[in-house]
Design a protein around this ligand. Structure first.
Ligand code: NBP
Length: 471
């Protein structure tokens, strides 16, 4: 019984995390429901300090006390099933970590359930996919601070490092870690959709995948530098080995959407926070999945020819600005939601630190997260990212090109739902006056809901006897 760490669930993420933990000098015990997977894994790594166990009993016995057991199985029922079977085998004070993409409300339930039984529980979001898990992910752990202290040495040693800081810190109690991971995934949806809209505009202007590989390579050397821009440049350069054609042209244009995007939207509505960019991104995936309906509609519903006639070099700069501005909005919204939920739950969240651990390891890692980190470190009470001077200046600089790109796309009939949702938010947020005066009049008209007046103090409500409508 001397392994420092135990991991259950040897699929992609589990295997790579085990190799990562082991490479930092820890002995790791592993267990997988299907035992052959365990055998294949240990056989592949005979020289490593990895102990493969075929039974949960043997697995638990192989761990040093207090035991540290990380569960890396499919989110939902499987996590509960694994916990149920662990409970009779563990001692009080042992630590269970759920590293999957669990819904934060499930994490809160498990936190209470296991806490009441005397166990210690950490719900940790892990981002970075296969490569991140192996070389250094961004980790978002939630749970009791005292439990985090025990796990800190292992987590800090396996996490990515950005600007000399490990991409992990104690996010907050209970479900805070999985919550922040959920919003991270929502932001990831937004980033991906914005890049896809830029691509669609370039396509209409006649850019070939080869040319786009160049544009994205160049962008990745500038202020848009990020993992997603980088992999997009590689995607455009990729040829299909069979046909020699650009692979991207051969991939069917339908995407699915799993839990985290949808959960983010539901949570935003519940908190009355606008996340219109992420919303548009989730809906764009839904629309993309309706391939047959779209093909039918394309035959009857008319629009202009999808052509954009503008010098390529000029367009690259304009789309850069539109993409960057929209990206700022998306992060402003996502962080706004995190702030609202943190307040609601009294989680004591530190937005600067959260932005800081997204700088490495995870899918949304990007150069501009340094600037977001700085903005919150300078002003922890920042009301909205758009209002940090650095980002205000950028938005003021980009807004003209941003509008032009959306106009060009709209006139060419090219859908840019996330670009326009972002601009709609920007223009609404900066509007001292919105047309909700009319809305209030309508509400008072049909429902006597009353309204406040511009010429009377706030909080004083008026009602009008509106004319009767007949028929
Ligand atoms: P999967 O999500 O595909 O889960 C497969 C693992 O779950 C296998 O080890 C499987 O065992 C085990 N499992 C299942 Br399914 N039901 C079980 C049960 N009732 N009891 C015990 N074990 C059970 O693996 P993954 O892609 O490595 O992801 C793991 C977690 O990490 C997920 O929550 C995922 O959302 C999250 N995540 C994934 C990525 C990624 O890039 N893949 C990135 C970030 C986070 P078996 O071998 O016996 O079937």
């Amino acid at each position: 019984s001397n392994s420092d760490f135990g991991l259950i669930g040897l699929a992609v993420m589990g295997q790579n995390l085990v190799l990562n933990v082991e490479s930092r000098g820890f002995q790791v015990s592993v267990y997988n429901r299907t035992a052959s997977v365990t055998d294949e894994f240990t056989a592949k790594h005979p020289d490593k300090k990895i102990v493969g166990e075929h039974t949960l009993e043997g697995f638990v016995k192989s761990l040093a006390s207090p035991r540290k057991v990380m569960i890396m199985v499919k989110a939902g029922g499987p996590v509960d099933a694994v916990i149920e079977s662990l409970i009779p085998l563990l001692d009080k004070g042992d630590i269970i970590i759920d590293g999957g993409n669990s819904l934060y409300t499930d994490t809160e339930r498990r936190d209470k359930w296991l806490g009441d039984l005397g166990f210690r529980f950490i719900g940790a979001g892990v981002s970075g996919g296969e490569e991140g898990a192996r070389k250094g992910p961004s980790i978002m752990p939630g749970g009791p601070a005292s439990t985090w202290e025990v796990m800190k040495p292992i987590f800090e040693s396996i996490a990515a490092v950005a600007e000399g800081e490990p991409c992990v810190f104690h996010i907050g109690p209970g479900g805070a870690g999985h919550y922040v991971k959920m919003i991270h995934n929502g932001i990831e949806y937004g980033d991906m959709q914005l890049i896809c809209e830029a691509y669609n505009i370039f396509k209409a202007a006649g850019f070939t995948p080869e040319e786009l590989a160049e544009v994205f390579t160049e962008w990745n050397e500038g202020d848009l530098e990020s993992y997603l821009i980088q992999i997009t440049s590689k995607i455009f350069a990729q040829k299909d080995p069979e046909t020699g054609k650009p692979l991207v042209d051969l991939i069917l244009d339908t995407a699915g959407q799993k839990g985290t995007g949808k959960w983010t939207l539901i949570n935003a509505v519940e908190n009355a926070v606008v996340i219109s960019t992420i919303n548009a991104a989730v809906e764009a995936r839904i629309l993309s999945s309706m391939k047959d309906k779209r093909v039918e509609a394309s035959k009857v519903l008319e629009g202009p020819k999808a052509e954009i006639d503008i010098k390529k070099k000029k367009l690259v700069k304009k789309v850069h600005d539109a993409l960057f501005a929209s990206k700022i909005i998306s992060y402003a919204q996502g962080l706004d939601l995190i702030a609202a939920m943190g307040k609601e739950k009294d989680w004591g969240l530190d937005l600067g630190k959260i932005a800081a651990i997204w700088r490495g390891g995870c899918i949304i890692r990007a150069r501009f997260l340094n600037d977001i980190t700085d903005a919150y470190r300078t002003n922890p009470q920042l009301e909205n990212l758009m209002l940090a001077p650095f980002f205000t200046d950028l938005l003021n600089e980009f807004q003209e090109n941003w509008r032009e790109v959306i106009s060009l796309a709209t006139l060419a009939g090219i859908p840019v739902p996330a670009f326009s949702a972002s601009l709609g938010y920007y223009d609404s947020y900066r509007s001292a006056v919105l047309p909700a005066n009319l809305l209030q009049a309508q509400r008072d008209f049909f429902g006597a809901h009353t309204y406040e007046r511009t010429d009377k103090p706030r909080g004083e409500f008026s009602h009008t006897d509106w004319p009767e409508v007949i028929g």
